[in-house]
Design a binder for this molecule. Structure first.
Ligand code: FEO
Length: 491
């Protein structure tokens, strides 16, 4: 199958709807991907990149349906990673002497993967060109470490197409090939996910390379990436996005992620998030449990955030392993211009928070003091978590918060449940405040006539008016695990 791109250029790649893991299992491709290969048929016939090795057979068969493979004059390998050069062994078995144009580093990688040092390699450098007839040329641009040492881009004069390989691409699969045809929200989400999880460490190189390409002052009508869509509608938009993302990007957003052995650190995270929102109603606050959420989505949120908070229970006096893995990955991604703070619950030793703090200093975050809670947070501890949230919200604010309408803060309540009055009518009969609610996890019962004074819920408060941040006093879970129960059954 081929898709016409422009004039004598066709897409001859492969879609991969079912792939869910990339780079081992480190990148979740929840929208699939594509491996974009391009065939240029001017006086000379040129193939730009191939596809992943698992599609070698289909790729070569497809090409043979279109052309005699012996008509291919040149193969350009923009990047040697297996998702783009994987089909080279199958292809070169058919046309073994075809010239291959690539960087010096790519020869090392291609030979390392395919074990054919005898292939007809031609080394290129930035500015080298290849005449392909009909007045058109290919001009090569090395792009080392974007994102491998061998990476390069190829520019087709006349048609003004930049074959950018991984850069400006995204793991996204759609039968529609062009950027103006697909869902724009999905597309930009996948672009940001790709940049934040793969290209962040190389942001300074991204800026320098884009400025170098722009300095050539050549038109760019299309950017033909090697994953996902082809940018034909305003292709400059993705270049502008890359420049923005590469410039220590941040939004007014705070991301919390944690792992929690017994829900105690989770309770802290919820309360801190509530505290942040109490003083800053506009900042986006996102909370993730690393055991339950997609790691790449969490990292994309870290990328978008001005600050993050990392929580862990203390286990064997260290942090939980999934948190340690996240810190290692964030160290490698080399985020810049972000604040951070650690938190977590502990029993007899509280080593996790201190270790998170020092690891995040090493990873380049500007640290704010952390917060520890011993055992399961009681009402006082939850109030302290909220206060901590309010403190960091003020410290990290990007705007003047004095104009904000501050949400009412529930002040300190007794930490031991007191005998509480039941709401009554003037005739001294209990008010009918609706059904009781039972926690389906631990069976604790909320009686509207009694309320839950430790969380500021007054007697007589119907369930519908209990705040969303309410937590079961016994197991610490939220309102969503409660179900209606008859008062008689609850008694
Ligand atoms: Fe899409 Fe770096 O390979």
């Amino acid at each position: 199958m081929a898709i016409h791109i422009k004039n004598n250029v066709n897409w001859v790649g492969q879609r991969d709807w079912e792939i869910r893991d990339f780079h081992g299992t480190e990148y979740k491709t929840d929208k699939g991907t594509s491996y974009n290969s391009y065939l240029i048929q001017e006086e000379k016939t040129v193939l730009i990149d191939t596809v992943d090795s698992k599609f070698s057979l289909e790729f070569v068969q497809n090409l043979e349906q279109m052309i005699d493979l012996n008509d291919i004059d040149y193969i350009v390998v923009n990047h040697a990673e297996e998702d783009h050069s994987g089909a080279m062994t199958a292809l070169m078995a058919k046309i073994p002497n075809t010239p291959i144009y690539c960087t010096k580093n790519a020869i090392d990688s291609i030979v390392g993967h395919h074990h054919h040092p005898e292939w007809n390699f031609h080394t290129i450098k930035t500015g080298d060109s290849l005449d392909i007839g009909n007045g058109k040329q290919l001009i090569f641009i090395e792009a080392p470490m974007l994102h491998w040492p061998d990476s390069m881009m190829t520019y087709l004069t006349g048609d003004a197409i930049l074959f950018s390989n991984d850069a400006f691409g995204q793991h996204y699969c759609d039968e529609r090939l062009f950027n103006d045809e697909v869902d724009q929200t999905e597309l930009m989400e996948q672009c940001l996910r790709y940049y934040s999880n793969i290209l962040t460490p190389f942001s300074s190189l991204v800026t320098a390379k884009i400025n170098e390409v722009l300095s050539f002052n050549v038109p760019v009508d299309m950017i033909a990436t090697s994953h996902g869509i082809v940018w034909r509608d305003n292709p400059i938009q993705i270049i502008e996005k890359y420049l923005e993302w590469a410039n220590d990007y941040q939004e007014d957003r705070i991301t919390l992620f944690y792992d929690s052995m017994s829900n105690n650190t989770r309770m802290m995270a919820d309360a801190i998030a509530q505290g942040i929102h109490e003083v800053d109603s506009q900042v986006a606050v996102k909370v993730f449990n690393v055991s339950r959420h997609d790691k790449n989505e969490i990292l994309a949120n870290v990328f978008r955030s001005k600050a993050i908070m990392v929580g862990s229970s203390t286990m064997n006096n260290v942090m939980m392993p999934k948190i340690a893995g996240m810190l290692e990955e964030m160290t490698g991604l080399r985020f810049k211009n972000k604040s951070a703070s650690a938190f977590g619950s502990f029993g007899w030793n509280g080593g996790a928070v201190d270790r998170i703090h020092s690891r995040m200093v090493d990873a380049g975050f500007q640290m704010t003091e952390g917060l520890k809670a011993k055992w399961k947070p009681d009402g006082d501890a939850i109030a302290k978590c909220r206060a901590h949230g309010r403190m960091v919200a003020r410290q990290w604010a990007l705007r003047d918060l004095s104009e904000d309408v501050v949400r009412p803060v529930i002040e300190k309540k007794p930490s031991v449940i007191q005998a509480v009055p039941v709401a009554k009518n003037s005739d001294d009969k209990p008010v009918d405040t609706g059904s009781c609610q039972i926690c389906t996890v631990c069976q604790w019962v909320y009686d509207p006539a009694v309320g839950e004074i430790n969380q500021g819920v007054e007697p007589g408060t119907p369930w519908e008016e209990v705040p969303d941040y309410f937590l079961c006093p016994d197991c610490g879970l939220g309102k969503d695990v409660f179900a209606v129960v008859q008062k008689d059954a609850a008694a």
